[in-house]
Design a protein around this ligand. Structure first.
Ligand code: 13P
Ligand code: SF4
Length: 303
């Protein structure tokens, strides 16, 4: 059954010149039919390069909007119209404008997990894999970072020479994991290395052997000599790693670390998107898109 649906997707994709981009948090059957998979940064860069006229983004809304911002002439479809990112919707433009008035000499750095509207009043975007590099390269030593205080303070700890102000509440999925989970997991698996995403709470990140983006965690685990790993990010990564490295053992830091939004898209949704009967086409007002594009371009230039 899954194989049949996949075959149909591959067939239509070819006939209609469709490119499927999928974030690593998607299910294996979706990743198998995707043209490119990766973390947020890799997908954003890919989005600016793919030649196809139609792009289906299997992920969440800000990712599909990033594709549209970079490729306005393409038809961009979000795989499931309800797949938003709660963190991306935490801050609104009016609040940020207010804060900017109080901090006029700060460069506004927005995690790419933000709405297009918010991006119009930010200076540069970052992703988890590019945030440290980009914040180091910014000439200003005063940075207003939003909307993830966990990622922001992780970046700030690595660039002590700069002054950071941080706004926002972060990712509800990653913030669920606590120091207690770390103690429990380390007790159960004393020889395992702890690899976590910097969206996790500071206590969790500080206890880790490695902190980095989704792709960073996967690359680290694949290349490491170690044989056991506790994974502190969305649980799909634990499953993908277990399939990719059957000789190693992977344990989730918490069984609850599942992003409900990333999990909304099914293989059938992808098929419907290919047929033109599902998903949501992303439409952005041209002035907003142009304004938001500046900070994505800056991210790609500096990253
Ligand atoms: P990365 O893809 O940058 O690792 O971020 C993870 C995430 O939460 C995406 O929404
Ligand atoms: Fe948003 Fe967190 Fe889900 Fe990523 S894991 S899409 S940041 S809620």
């Amino acid at each position: 059954m899954i194989r049949d649906i996949q075959e149909e997707i591959l067939q239509i994709k070819k006939e209609k010149d469709i490119c499927i981009l999928a974030h690593c948090y998607q299910t294996p059957e979706i990743l198998e039919v995707a043209d490119f998979t990766g973390d947020s940064y890799a997908l954003a860069v890919k989005a600016s390069q793919v030649p196809n006229q139609t792009v289906i983004m299997c992920g969440v809304r800000f990712m599909a909007e990033t594709v549209k911002i970079l490729s306005p002439d393409k038809k961009v479809i979000l795989s499931h119209s309800d797949a938003g990112c709660p963190m991306a919707e935490q801050l609104d433009k009016e609040l940020l404008m207010q804060v900017k008035k109080e901090l006029p000499d700060y460069t506004v750095v927005a995690y790419v997990n933000t709405t297009t509207d918010l991006k119009t009043v930010c200076d540069v975007c970052v992703t988890s894999s590019s945030a440290v590099t980009i914040c180091k390269k910014i000439e200003n030593d005063k940075i207003l970072f939003l909307p993830d205080p966990q990622l922001g303070s992780w970046v700030a700890r690595q660039i002590p020479e700069k002054q950071f102000k941080i706004l926002g509440a972060g990712c509800p999925t990653h913030c669920q994991m606590t120091k207690k989970d770390v103690e429990k997991a380390k007790k159960a698996h004393p020889n395992a290395l702890l690899l976590v995403h910097p969206e996790c709470q500071a206590d969790v990140v500080k206890a880790a052997d490695y902190a980095g983006s989704t792709t960073g965690i996967m690359d680290f685990a694949k290349m490491s000599e170690a044989k056991e790993f506790i994974i502190g990010t969305e649980n799909s990564i634990t499953a993908h790693l277990q399939m990719a490295c059957p000789d190693k053992k992977f344990y989730p830091l918490s069984k609850e670390c599942i992003c409900p939004n990333m999990k909304l898209t099914t293989l059938v949704n992808v098929l419907e998107c290919c047929k033109g009967t599902g998903g949501e086409e992303i439409i952005l007002e041209e002035e907003t898109r142009n304004q938001a594009k500046k900070c994505i371009d800056e991210m790609i230039r500096l990253g």
